[in-house]
Design a protein around this ligand. Structure first.
Ligand code: NAD
Length: 247
């Protein structure tokens, strides 16, 4: 594949694994985007290159429009090709009820998960149109968008609800141009996000409550993402796929 795959938040977790498996499954050029974790991004890039693909390490804070603009200026320097976007960078908030929310906390989770994802998609669509060689987008939502996550993290859940709705609207708009837009809703996945959100015991506590009795892996998410981006899913757009072990 001579396309360019852009994976945001590829320094860890689902993004890192998706970049690695993408290289294994034929993507030749992969933009390994990262926010602050340069070491993690370098590890991802090394794994990508060990599979024989080219990795491009690009930093951007997705809450900052100028930063995203600079990132896409660098992507623009690459030789044009079809574009795949894995719109993955995100954060989780600590568990708590409405009384635990603060305006800053809510603003921040929306800045990363909603503003950041929309802005990255906006820049990607502009480049897909400019290059004229096609493209597909997969947004990373969450089962929290469906479940609401009462007494857990309503602000995070609401931010992912926005991603679901954004996915549907963008898919409608871009379908006539042949640009497919889908999303996955991961359930409980084994990554470091739970500890970063202040809940190191979350995986252990909630895995048994999943219908399949276990947490999912980043590989299981990556497979779904890469299928949605691939030609094998050429008639699939406006779909939001649960990758949740039945939750
Ligand atoms: P992770 O913490 O391992 O990865 C998140 C990535 O986003 C990191 O690389 C981080 O650096 C990046 N990021 C965060 N803020 C950023 C910013 N301001 N600018 C640039 N990059 C930034 O977590 P993960 O579990 O791999 O999460 C990936 C996506 O999957 C997120 O959108 C998350 O909401 C979603 N998700 C995860 C789970 C789960 O159980 N792990 C469940 C549902 C949804």
């Amino acid at each position: 594949m001579n396309g360019v795959l852009i994976v945001t938040g590829a320094s860890a977790g689902i993004g890192s694994t998706t970049a690695r498996i993408a290289a294994f499954s034929g993507w030749q050029r992969i933009v390994v985007h990262y926010g602050q974790d340069r070491d993690g991004a370098e590890t991802t890039a090394a794994m990508v290159e060990s599979m024989g693909a080219q990795a491009y390490l690009i930093q951007a804070d997705v809450t900052k429009p100028k930063s995203i603009e600079k990132m896409f200026a660098k992507v623009r320097d690459l030789k044009p090709g079809p574009i795949g976007l894995v719109n993955n960078a995100g954060i989780v908030t600590p568990h708590g009820s409405i009384a635990d929310l603060t305006p800053d906390r809510v603003r921040h989770v929306f800045a990363v998960n909603v503003f950041g994802a929309i802005e990255v998609a906006r820049q990607s669509v502009a480049l897909i149109r400019e290059w004229g060689l096609g493209g597909a987008i997969v947004n990373i939502s969450s089962m929290a968008a469906r479940l609401g996550s009462a007494n857990q993290y309503v602000d995070y859940a609401a931010s992912k609800g926005a991603i679901d709705t954004f996915t549907l609207g963008l898919a409608d708009e871009l379908a006539p141009e042949g640009i497919r837009v889908n999303a996955i809703r991961p359930g409980l996945i084994e990554t470091g996000i739970h500890a970063k959100g202040g809940q190191p015991d979350r995986l252990e506590r909630l895995a048994p409550t999943t219908p399949m009795g276990r947490a999912g892996t980043t590989e299981e998410c990556a497979e779904a993402i890469l299928w949605l981006l691939s030609e094998r899913a050429s008639y699939v757009t406006r779909s939001i796929l649960d990758v949740s072990g039945g939750r």
